[in-house]
Design a protein around this ligand. Structure first.
Ligand code: 4NP
Length: 169
């Protein structure tokens, strides 16, 4: 069967979505699922196209063992809806932009990342807050939320993989 694919989307594609990209792919690798799940990230804004992630995101993630160094910002495009099974928005503004772009025939899941969150301690959060203009605490919070939601999203995807194994998809 072809891989299930996940696209993480934020505004600039230099802070939140590349962090989600690196965290999620590392969990996928750790669980031996590289052959079944493809991961990417993109932004709705074009200010940083081709740039490496923000140095604060890279450093905060590196402290927890995640590598963002190979990632470069790109724009989300309408063709992404033909390719990706899961398109995951960091906040409601990103989600609104994606809903405008989403073709009627899209059959995947377009959702907020924190819809997959599991921990009670993060239940006050429905969005991954934009850390760009804030301090270091914001980048730590982004990572806390992303680590938690990544585990929930992966459980959801594993359930879908098991389902399609059963029906031979
Ligand atoms: P991101 O953060 O959406 O998490 O990548 C931002 C990065 C840059 C800008 C805004 C948010 N900006 O306005 O340049």
């Amino acid at each position: 069967m072809s891989k299930l694919s996940v696209l993480f989307v934020c505004l600039g594609n230099i802070c939140r979505s590349p962090t989600a990209h690196a965290v999620f792919r590392q969990i996928v690798t750790t669980q031996g699922l590289d052959s079944k799940i493809q991961v990417d990230s993109a932004g709705t804004g074009d200010w940083h196209l081709g740039y490496a992630p923000d140095a604060r995101s890279t450093a905060t993630a590196a402290e927890r063992g995640y590598d963002l160094s190979d990632l470069r910002a790109r724009l989300v495009t309408p063709s992404d809806f033909a390719h990706f099974d899961y398109i995951i928005a960091m906040d409601n503004s990103n989600l609104g932009d994606l809903e405008v772009m989403c073709p009627g025939e899209f059959s995947g899941e377009l959702k907020l990342f924190l819809d997959y969150t599991g921990k009670e301690r993060y239940s006050d959060y429905t969005e991954v807050p934009d850390p760009y203009l804030g301090g270091a605490d914001g980048f730590e919070l982004v990572l806390d939320l992303i680590e938690d939601a990544s585990l929930g999203l992966l459980e959801r995807i594993k359930a879908q993989l098991h389902q399609s194994d059963r029906v031979g998809g």
